[in-house]
Design a protein around this ligand. Sequence first.
Ligand SMILES: [Zn+2]
Length: 441
Amino acid sequence: MRSFFLFICFFLLHTFLFSQEIKKGDAYYYARKIADTMASESMHGRGYVNDGDKIAANYIKTEYQKFGLKTFGKDYYQNLSFAINTFPKEAPFLSTDYWGDAWEAGKNYLVSPGCPSITRQKNYEVVWFDSTIASSPSQLKKFSQDKFSKKWIIIDAHGVTDKEELKQFAIMKTNPYKAYGIANVNDKKLTWDCSEMVDKFPSVELLITDSLRNKINKKQKGYIAFEVKNVFLSNHQTQNVIGYVQGSTYPDSFIVFTAHYDHLGQMGNDVYFPGANDNASGCAMLLNLAKYYSMPEHKPKYSVAFIALCGEEVGLLGSKYYTEHPLFPLKQIKFLLNMDIMGTGEEGITVVNGTVFKNEFNKLKQINADNHFIKDVKIRGKAANSDHYYFSELGVHACFVYAMGGIKAYHDIYDKAETLPLNEFQNLFLLFTKFGDSLQN
Ligand SMILES: [Zn+2]
């Protein structure tokens, strides 16, 4: 009975403390719903397997319709296409002599995004290329002259200062056309990506932590067995999703909010990359802002456009296409705010292009200082790291904000909605709306 009483006390205290930590309002709850939906398995990582990107675009379109956003053309879509390598078939298979079949795709290893199909006919012998070879001129010479036909090279840069140089050297010397495949050892964190091309040879990335490293005897003859099926889509059709609220006084002048909705998709039929922080969280902010500006009490003087961009992870392809085919002249953009990674924020936000567009940066910083929304608004220079880039290269006043601190999941299977804190989301929303309103004056 007493322990039950203590439990109740603890529960109440915990609830009290927890509710103090995260500010929750309408924006937070709507963001939670969006993140849960967009990072769920039903969207297949918003990539190019099972039409993940189309399902996500359709979801955003439906939300735009609910708010009554206007369209520039016949609908909200701006269609475009690009090439992409995909893995829609059965899960890849990897086995090694020192860890058997325990390798799990996504968790312990990654197939390189540009990997071609490879059929498992037999186990291929492995050759290790590591710091012992790299630091010995005679061993290096021997390695360079070796014949690697039908062998896998495992490049282990553990303990080597210039890891990239070692990798490049090994790939060059082993001549991938001769060797059967390349396995890169990673001792920290697996990070996946997209590829617009198919590579000439298969490669994988192995996560080898210290405990696993201790089980490996490099002197023993080892093997790798690997199988994967790729499907190269030379002309994948996708779309940007664009709507706007018309300004009451200056309808031809625009404040623009952008966020990419695509992510990495799937690696085989049962591993998907949820992309909750990157960038379901940014879409959640975009849609919250669309909801806000579509309310009659917030009707803006300047028009406000919302662009959910595709193909960011493939190389900023949606924003590049948009800037080449704008739906209204780019010079009519008063200011553009790109939002990518909005799910954390205990360390504040960083503003890319803050040093280029000092006036807007200072305004954002001042609003935050006056209202104590988030811990810090940090300044950063130019960087081609998200969708603001092609806009500002063409003279548009455009900044990119991302949240800092908290979870480290990024481009991996752990970037899930369940663990996305959204702890500063409500505050970020208040900051952006106040900033957006200040641009209306
Ligand atoms: Zn992103």
